[in-house]
Design a protein around this ligand. Structure first.
Ligand SMILES: Cc1cc2nc3c(=O)[nH]c(=O)nc-3n(C[C@H](O)[C@H](O)[C@H](O)COP(=O)(O)OP(=O)(O)OC[C@H]3O[C@@H](n4cnc5c(N)ncnc54)[C@H](O)[C@@H]3O)c2cc1C
Length: 336
């Protein structure tokens, strides 16, 4: 049975903590619930948005439409034999709860993605990633309700067209799909990836490689680096790290020998945080919003700020980076 609310306050449903309302919010607890929305006058025909935990959304005003929250709560193992475990997980499960569930059972693949806020249903949308791992490495497929035909569809990993912080759900199917289930294939054989950052040193200090220790090291590192949205409104990395052509990277490297750069495929990835910091904007404050003083990639709401203010700051940052480096920054956060 769906639950429906009008003039619904979203302050606790977006990690920036903006005080905005949705004209209508619908909570769906099953695929059937989502399918029945084909007859719902508030949902069909009007402006709509599918929302998880609101940790990657920037509301610039009240939402004059209908928000759907798929809250399916199942974690259903489909097989656990041989070297792999396969599970089907409802869109409404908290991402970190799933990571803990897998670590507890000795299933490898999600531990580096510990403590990422949000829901399982959102994980394929931008192919969440951290510490050298991405959701695409473990997603077998995604089930969703097509919000035009109101039919249930399934896309395999390949069909999801995952890329760096993107997928078909952020491109062709943007706004057209309500993800209901994600199917994961996890490994029962140890395969640790602690090459990123100071992870391997921390894991050593915790007593060596184990799923529990990797999770603990990732959690501790993240807590030390990123502001907790419960204390300071933010949506994690606001910008993607840009990929630039090798020739531009070479040119920039000559001018800025200290610039960190990571060759990847035919291009070079440059940390957006470094570019922003070089423009003198780390810690910049504009009224109630600003750039985090320790993490230039994270824009924050100090309290009472608005999405429009954050967006104006983001534009200022993009312009500054472009005029200094000729590099175009792309937003990672979804502007509503
Ligand atoms: C402190 C902090 C740290 C973060 N660190 C990371 C990180 O390390 N790596 C990373 O990749 N991200 C990170 N994020 C971003 C965020 O946690 C992820 O993008 C997460 O997957 C968003 O989940 P959500 O449920 O909150 O989605 P929402 O913010 O509600 O939605 C995000 C997008 O997904 C869509 N969506 C959500 N649910 C569904 C669904 N069921 N069906 C269809 N579309 C849907 C929405 O329409 C929207 O476009 C961080 C955020 C914060 C606040």
């Amino acid at each position: 049975m769906i639950e429906k609310f009008y003039t619904y306050p979203l302050q606790r449903h977006n990690t920036f903590g903006f005080e905005v309302n949705a004209r209508c919010l619908i909570k769906a607890y099953s695929t059937q619930d989502v399918l029945q929305l084909r007859n719902d006058k508030d949902f069909v025909g009007g402006t709509r948005l599918v929302m998880g935990g609101g940790s990657n959304l920037l509301f610039t005003s009240d939402f004059d439409g209908c928000i759907l929250q798929p809250l399916l709560q199942n974690i259903s193992p489909e097989s656990d034999a041989g070297t792999t475990a396969r599970l089907r997980v409802g869109a409404g499960v908290a991402w970190d709860e799933l990571v803990e569930y897998c670590v507890e059972r000795g299933w490898h693949g999600l531990e580096n993605l510990s403590l990422i806020p949000g829901t399982v249903g959102a994980c394929p949308v931008q192919n969440i990633g951290a510490y050298g791992a991405e959701a695409k490495d473990v997603i077998e497929g995604v089930e969703y309700v097509d919000l035009e035909s109101f039919e249930v569809s399934y896309l395999s990993n390949e069909q999801c067209r995952f890329g760096y912080r993107t997928s078909i759900f952020k491109q062709e199917l943007r706004g057209k799909a309500a993800i209901t289930q994600v199917v994961f294939g996890l490994s029962r054989q140890p395969r640790y990836n602690t090459s990123y950052d100071s992870l391997s040193e921390m894991v050593k200090q915790l007593g060596g490689e184990s799923l529990r220790n990797v999770r603990q090291a990732v959690v501790a590192t993240r807590r030390g680096k990123l502001p907790n949205p419960a204390e300071l409104g933010n949506a994690g990395s606001f910008f993607k790290n840009p990929f630039v052509e090798a020739s531009l990277a070479e040119e920039l490297q000559k001018k800025h020998p200290a610039m960190p750069s990571f060759p990847s495929g035919s291009g070079v990835k440059i940390p957006a945080g470094w570019l922003i910091e070089q423009c003198g904007l780390k810690g910049a404050r504009r009224g109630s919003v600003g750039v985090h003083p320790k993490q230039a990639l994270v824009l924050v709401n100090y309290g009472g700020g608005t999405g429009s203010e954050v967006l104006a700051l983001a534009r200022e940052i993009c312009q500054a980076v472009h005029s200094r480096f000729g590099v175009t920054l792309e937003l990672e956060v979804n502007v509503v």
